[in-house]
Write a protein that binds this ligand. Structure first.
Ligand code: URA
Length: 191
């Protein structure tokens, strides 16, 4: 089973490395495929790689990533053990703009195959871009911390939206809200 997951993810990654389905391939230094545990119970979806992520080829390694690590630690979750981390798109948009619809459309199949291969107990939708991939009619500020269900190619997964850790997101008491939501998520997977 484990080898099957590894093989599947490795295959998707090598297809992504050669992907030219949208214009972002022209400016990327690296694809940003994933980080974390391939057998994790939690699959966190962020928005898109930034400059640090594009340079290192890993998600959430810049300022937002440092904040995410801090919130996870405070909630008692281990990024390396409990989480598998990816983004809605695998290549950095110029000047860190929000991904365009055509970029999300091009990249969707890779993300969905990753989710199916990892088969997590809970998908964490981190921020508005991840939320609106699945839920169009709710704002992250209304729905964060709530359990919902999402459909990945006919398979239903439990999901919980959370705020985005970006330092630009200046919601009052954000740290407390993030940690509370992550603790609820920990309860869902650890009981
Ligand atoms: N880094 C990522 O990999 N994703 C984000 O959404 C933000 C920063």
């Amino acid at each position: 089973m484990y080898n099957f997951i590894m093989d599947t993810l490795d295959k998707i990654k090598s297809v992504c490395e050669n992907c030219i389905l949208c214009d972002l391939h022209k400016t990327r230094n690296n694809i940003v495929f994933s980080d974390g545990n391939k057998k994790a119970n939690l699959f966190l979806i962020g928005e898109a790689p930034g400059e640090n992520e594009d340079n290192e080829g890993k998600p959430f390694v810049g300022r937002a990533g440092k904040l995410l690590d801090k919130y996870l630690e405070e909630a008692g979750l281990s990024r390396a053990q409990d989480l598998y981390v990816a983004n809605i798109i695998k290549c950095r948009p110029p000047k860190n703009r929000v991904p365009k619809t055509c970029e999300k459309d091009a990249c969707r199949k890779y993300l969905y195959e990753q989710i199916l291969a990892v088969n997590p107990k809970v998908v964490i939708l981190c921020g508005t871009t991840a939320l609106t991939e699945f839920v169009k009619d709710k704002k992250i500020t209304e729905i964060h911390g709530k359990e919902i269900f999402i459909d990945i190619k006919g398979k239903i997964f439990k999901a919980v939206p959370i705020l985005h850790p970006s330092p630009l997101c200046r919601i009052k008491d954000k740290q407390q809200v993030m940690v509370e939501d992550l603790k609820k998520i920990k309860q869902l997977v650890r009981g």
